[in-house]
Design a protein around this ligand. Structure first.
Ligand code: B12
Ligand code: SF4
Length: 520
């Protein structure tokens, strides 16, 4: 049977990284079947397109995975596939919480023939077998013979054949530049960001997050050896195709067990398996100097920190009181000293937020080494304690917000400001952090660092801008480049003519606290 695994696009901007579930399920598919992967972010497709595709390619089963924000598109695509006579199985965090919606048991349209609940590592082979026999069940749950929930141990972990898998659709180097860069042997023929997991689960239970409910609070890890081998495979692939690779460790909290993380990082270093990587780590775990040293030595380049708020009352209200705003500056300083960039994520619209929250947050950000701030709105995702609390309090304004998805739009009323005020705060945060002036300021704040480092700051800023401001297609990019031409020209000039007077300024600059600037 030919199986299509399809991931819908997010409708806002192009996602920079493919989803791990597709590669994992492909690796777990019983032999004798052919699996095709399509990520809508890389290969845009509409309903008519997918229906045509499954007919033309003789697809016998379509698997669709989606987060809540893509579910409306996922349902439309599933409907089109089913109309073409091909069965659909859906999985992922949204349908796990809302299986009745996908199966039409809530009175709505049925979108899927079957739903895979939770982690599907063990149920997927069974689903494929049932699809071949034409005996798909409505629901597949990861349970043992006694009906008890059974989570994959991750030991052993399937080998994803990164050396042979077709990754053409996931090359971030634009097509026109690709052949040329490859030909002249720059080592930039391809650039891919690849998701790798080293463990699953997070015990912290933040109120807005689905992870503790979905993966459980028991944390499971792969062996160090299996992770190291995967990195070596990826490194070899990049080398063989004259390209670059970066890894996103998608673990929810990469250092949740600090001892184990240190041992993994030591093994990565010992095996010379370093690649540039990004990981999500909560601020409280980055107090450990030795951990941060190892992160830098093992290739850690960007660390995503869910700071959420600079207000301890807000943090306590969403069960994230373990975040201590008072230590954010020290954590960021510690990373910057080792040339590790911080992606700092904030949520506005929390219950103690009032008008001006963006400016108050930016004031703090300006005192930190320049990083990559991102701003979102508190969103009641189905299955979270936050959803239940707001529903019980009658505060949900759009209880099924995912069926009418709008990016950066609240689905409940905050306590101390209106919904339009919350929207304006997020806009303000993005505007003032990613204006051409703010980007120039961020780059300049690192003028004591090598040119490559500052180019990295510039490119990251231009890309991150696109999370909020739609930046799809060549024209959008031409516009962004034109707006930031002064900074681009300055760095290009330095590249051709050398540092000049910039060099003279290095000794005058102190370490980083004076560099500030992420804000405006
Ligand atoms: C990496 C990641 C991202 C990446 C992008 C996704 C990517 N390309 O991988 C980045 C950083 C960009 C990102 C951004 C966002 N993310 Co995110 N992200 C994750 C993260 C940490 C890992 C995803 C992953 O690979 N997991 C490991 C795999 C193995 O698990 P899985 O995807 O769930 O797949 C398993 C099962 O679900 C199932 N399955 C999944 N799909 C399918 C399909 C079929 C057919 C079958 C049978 C089974 C199946 O089988 C798999 C194996 O067991 C998850 C948290 C988590 N631990 O999952 C959050 C998570 C998915 N993100 C989440 C959110 C909310 C977001 C944002 C909206 C955050 C924001 N406010 O901006 C954005 C939106 C991005 C967008 N594209 O529009 C939520 C989604 C909750 C929900 N109900 O939708 C999660 C669960 C985290 C959370 N806080 O709750 N994210
Ligand atoms: S620390 Fe992160 S992954 Fe863990 S529950 Fe909180 S938000 Fe979710």
């Amino acid at each position: 049977m030919r199986i299509l695994l399809y991931n819908p696009d997010n409708g806002v901007t192009r996602n920079f990284m493919p989803h791990l579930w597709m590669f994992l399920l492909e690796a777990l598919t019983p032999s004798g079947h052919e699996v095709v992967l399509i990520d809508g972010n890389a290969q845009p497709m509409d309903e008519a397109g997918i229906a045509r595709y499954v007919r033309d390619q003789n697809i016998g089963l379509v698997g669709i995975g989606a987060m809540t924000r893509m579910i409306a598109k996922a349902y439309r695509m599933a409907d089109a596939v089913r109309s073409a006579g091909v069965p659909v199985v859906m999985g992922g965090p949204h349908v796990t919480e809302m299986p009745d919606e996908a199966l039409g048991r809530d009175g709505g349209t049925r979108h899927a023939n079957a739903v895979a609940l939770g982690e599907a590592d063990q149920t997927w082979p069974k689903i494929v077998e049932d699809a071949v026999r034409g005996t798909l069940k409505d629901v597949y749950a990861p349970v043992d013979d006694f009906g008890q929930e059974k989570k994959p141990t991750l030991q052993p972990y399937p080998t994803i054949p990164w050396n042979t898998i077709n990754l053409d659709q996931f090359n971030l180097v634009p097509k026109p530049a690709y052949r040329w860069l490859k030909k002249i042997g720059t080592g930039w023929g391809t650039f891919r960001i690849i998701p790798v997991e080293s463990g699953r689960g997070c015990p912290y239970g933040c109120e807005f997050c689905t992870v503790t409910g979905f993966f459980g609070d028991s944390i499971r890890f792969r062996t160090n050896e299996s992770v190291v081998n995967e990195l070596l495979l990826l490194k070899a692939r990049a080398a063989s195709e004259g390209g670059k690779i970066a890894v996103f460790f998608i673990d929810d909290n990469f250092a949740i067990n600090v001892k184990r993380t240190k041992s993994l990082l030591r093994d990565i270093i010992a095996a010379n398996a370093q690649v540039h990587w990004i990981a999500q780590i909560s601020a409280n775990l980055l107090r450990d100097e030795e951990l941060v040293d190892l992160i830098a030595a093992a290739g850690g380049t960007w660390i995503f920190i869910g700071m959420e708020s600079i207000d301890p009352t807000n943090l306590a209200s969403v069960n994230k009181g373990f975040n201590k705003p008072g230590e954010y500056a020290a954590v960021l300083e510690r990373l910057a000293q080792r040339n590790v960039f911080a992606i700092t994520s904030f949520i506005f619209g929390m219950d103690n937020d009032t008008v001006g929250v963006a400016e108050r947050t930016l004031q703090q950000i300006r005192t930190w080494p320049a990083g990559l701030p991102i701003f979102g709105l508190l969103t009641p995702l189905p299955g979270t304690p936050l959803y239940t609390r707001l529903k019980d309090a009658g505060r949900l304004t759009r209880p099924k917000h995912w069926l009418e998805f709008k990016a950066f739009a609240m689905a409940h009323t905050p306590l101390k400001m209106t919904i339009p005020e919350a929207h304006a705060e997020v806009l303000d945060g993005w505007n003032r952090s990613y204006s051409p002036e703010a980007i120039a300021h961020a780059v300049e704040s690192f003028d004591y660092k090598p040119l490559g480092y500052r180019i990295n700051v510039l490119i990251s800023r231009l890309c991150f801008r696109g999370i909020y401001f739609p930046q799809m297609g060549p024209w959008a990019w031409v516009k962004v480049i034109a707006q930031n031409r002064k900074t681009i020209f300055k760095l290009a000039k330095e590249g051709f003519l050398g540092k000049g007077d910039v060099l003279k300024r290095i000794p005058e600059r102190s370490s980083r606290t004076d560099s500030a600037s992420a804000g405006d």
